[in-house]
Design a protein around this ligand. Structure first.
Ligand code: NAD
Length: 350
């Protein structure tokens, strides 16, 4: 059993800088001895190196929890490339990043995240084998975001069943924050299941696409928290459940794709006090990770789908135990994942 004091021993931080390319990347690994760390590479603007490190650390932690609760043979890792303000050579940046990944000799496997694409992973694949989620000519259905969206959809079905005993989503009102890769496919599932949608996105063309294809109502990004709905699905960025947004929610369930949704563990308690069922992010958004992990093991599409759909059973089983022990789903999930990882409560990560 590792204690809090051992935290430093299982965390590894690598910082790579190359002034000639205006390149700075951070790779954070959380090691629990489960297997190679796997996690996406973000390419975003960060105000400072410290901000990039904080993001990488929090997300690596979330990835380790996600892999463990999904029973995958992986530890958690995350890479961040600080997007340069200069005109940069994208291919050269990816090549340099590949060398950083390669230098870790397989202890970290990179993949897509905000700001990187499957095409970027195909470039990285030229320089290191430690990458997954790249484009493959013979695999047209090789998009982890599709699996993430399926997992969220199944998770929402489970959460609705828990709360209302309902087996279908017809007429249910879902508000989706961010309709990019995952949010769009989630909206499609929900629309086909008969749900009513409200969406927002800082990119108006993405929200418009959902309005045209799925009859979604569009609201301003700042108005999405206060939408009266059955389910709020955060599918944009992290830490959006915080003291500023908490009082605005008028939903029964929060269940979505964004990583690291809570600004602190106390917020989970406050959601529960407001009778909002919070489905932990790392429990419900594991579809993409399950997809990438099983693909590494050369599992076929049907097997991957079957495993992704198990997210619903996992939520129902944890909720059942939580009820027996008079705990929230969030508390029960944390207890279970920490049992898998062999750690005591690690309150430094959120
Ligand atoms: P994406 O970049 O394709 O989509 C995010 C969308 O959110 C974009 O359309 C963006 O314009 C929008 N957005 C950003 N800030 C917003 C704001 N303040 N208000 C409204 N909209 C906003 O990313 P994605 O791949 O769809 O992932 C969405 C989230 O889910 C991210 O937090 C990601 O880390 C997480 N996630 C993704 C996957 C996956 O498989 N792609 C897996 C697990 C977790």
């Amino acid at each position: 059993m590792l204690s809090k004091n051992d935290k430093a021993n299982r965390s590894e931080l690598h910082i790579f800088q190359d002034k000639s390319l205006d390149f700075c990347a951070v790779i954070s690994l959380k090691q629990y001895g489960r297997g190679p760390a796997i996690g996406g590479c973000r390419m975003l603007s960060y105000p400072t190196l410290d901000a990039a490190i904080t993001d990488a650390n929090r997300l690596a932690h979330a990835m380790s929890y996600k892999a463990a609760i999904s029973q995958l043979p992986h530890d958690g890792g995350k890479a961040v490339i600080m997007r340069s303000t200069q005109h940069i050579d994208h291919a050269a940046i990816l090549k340099r990043f590949s060398e950083c990944v390669d230098s870790l000799n397989g202890r970290y496997i990179t993949t897509i995240d905000s700001g990187t694409s499957q095409a970027d992973m195909s470039i990285i694949k030229k320089y290191t084998p430690y990458v997954t989620g790249y484009l493959e000519e013979d695999l047209s259905d090789n998009n982890p975001s599709v699996s993430t969206a399926l997992g969220i959809f199944k998770g929402i079905q489970a959460a609705v069943k828990l709360l209302d005993g309902r087996d279908n989503l017809a007429g249910l009102h879902v508000a989706i924050q961010g309709v990019g890769s995952v949010g769009y496919f989630l909206a499609k599932h929900l629309y086909l299941a008969g749900a009513k949608l409200t969406v927002c996105d800082i990119d108006p063309t993405r929200a418009q696409r959902c309005s045209e294809e799925f009859n979604a109502t569009i609201v301003e990004p700042s108005a999405i928290y206060a939408v009266f709905c059955d389910v709020f699905a955060p599918c944009a960025l992290g830490q959006i459940i915080n003291p500023l947004t908490l009082s605005q929610f008028k939903t029964k369930i929060i269940a979505g794709a964004a990583n690291d949704q809570l600004s602190s563990p106390e917020i989970a308690k406050q959601l529960s006090q407001r009778n909002i069922l919070y489905v932990p992010d790392y429990l419900i958004n594991a579809g993409g990770l399950i997809h990438l992990s099983l693909q590494q093991e050369n599992k076929n599409h049907d097997i991957i789908t079957e495993h992704v759909e198990c997210i619903a059973d996992r939520i129902l089983n944890l909720a059942f135990t939580a009820r027996q022990q008079q705990k929230t789903l969030y508390e029960m999930t944390e207890i279970e994942v920490e049992r898998f990882l062999g750690v005591e409560a690690d309150d430094g990560h959120r």
